[in-house]
Design a protein around this ligand. Sequence first.
Ligand code: ADP
Ligand code: MG
Ligand code: MG
Length: 483
Amino acid sequence: MGIPRFPKDNDGSLEKRLIPEVLQWSIANGLLLYPPNFEIDKPCNAPTTLFPTPFPKKSFQHALALQTIYNEVYAKVAQGASDDWLVGEIDNLAHFDPEFTGRLWGLYLKAKVQGISQKISLGVFRSDYLLDNEKLEVKQVEFNTVSVSFGGLSSKVCELHKYLNDSGKYDMSSKDSFYQQEIPVSDSDLKLAKGLAEGAKAYKTRTGKPIVAFIVQNGERNVFDQKILEYNLLRHFGVRSVRITIQGIHELTRLDPNDKRLYYVPTGEEIGVVYFRAGYSPSDYLSEQDWENRLTLEISFAIKAPNLLTQLAGTKKIQQLLTDSSVLERFTADSSSLEMLKSSFVEMYPLDDSDLGRKGKELALKQPQDFVLKPQREGGGNNIYKNDIPKFLAGIPESEWSGYILMQLIKPQPTTDNIVLRGREISREPILSELGIFGYVVFDDSNILVNETAGWLLRSKSSSSDEGGVAAGFGCVDSVVLY
Ligand code: ADP
Ligand code: MG
Ligand code: MG
């Protein structure tokens, strides 16, 4: 059938007809975000594309198949398999980023002294990919182990596009303008809730039904994405949840000093799972009290999603180290899994004094147009691209370069025809899409107890911008039409 084409819209009438449809569907079904400086009752439609973006079915299925393999690798890294390999690497990295990686590492060391009371950990992950233009293979951009978002809204935007297609809204006159190919709907809205429920199930409660505490940012704009998980958690799995900011933890929770169980003060309920939708960036910690609060959660008997080591396993440095076969082989022995993982890697280099590091330094200075430089931070807006790299490196002492990794730029094919709706504003710029696959894994210090794929997310951005955060304003949620 070939690559699905976007419906023709020569006179702009289709676009005019679709905008009110999208706005009404979004409001009716909760495909919403809060605008900056919002009022509680004034959300707006989340930025979306008007059409699903064509994606090769084989590459899509390959990305889905990779997820449980990646889940297992990162769970094993976080378990501290192979002689505490992670601990050594993070200890080293902590010196280069004292404000964040160093602080999280310091908390882990303190927690270890006080005793890690809960051996079970919950990983709620998202592996992000770009489709390489030449081989049509998915290449990993990064692996996120903390606060992965858009699992709720992703299901909604898939349903929106499927509705527009199935109801005939894409074109009234020509049968050719409908998508004959599959517009699949991501089940991330349900599966991520299931992941949290699996965490609650693994928790050995003393008092009754454990609840899930969502740790959220003050003034969070992406609330509905989180609420969808909360609603599904209760409706489908009978698990209650509460929302607490990092600033509110010491007032709203109580840690039993004897058995380290954590309770929600207003109701006295036992918190079985602490699910972080905040805490991935230093700006989330406003005072020393906030760091203390994170420590309290870490030493508590509640299952953390993620605990500190699992969060730290998601640093770009660990991703870079895993591209070395001798490192990767410590975490997965299966040869077909290894081949699949390797097919998703692009070149990554440290910028240290090793042989590979020296090569990385040379490439960063002589061939920067092919690379992106990344610090150990999350949440978008931190990377240095292409020809900005040499100037940036010249501005910091060479001894600090090891805190960054250098990554080959994936060259994806821009999709030119889709249309982005942000608020009521339309933009018709060429877009690029990043596919994220969700997964969850429940593990203790030596076993993997549950390991599942949990749907996907397609995020698209204008191809002229290097980055693509949806909430940050330069991206939108999209869905796939498979071919
Ligand atoms: P963050 O944790 O801040 O999201 P990412 O590694 O995802 O960091 O980088 C942010 C964005 O930069 C990505 O969404 C992608 O648009 C772009 N990017 C990152 N790495 C690459 C790469 N190797 N090739 C092309 N674009 C990249
Ligand atoms: Mg990212
Ligand atoms: Mg990230």
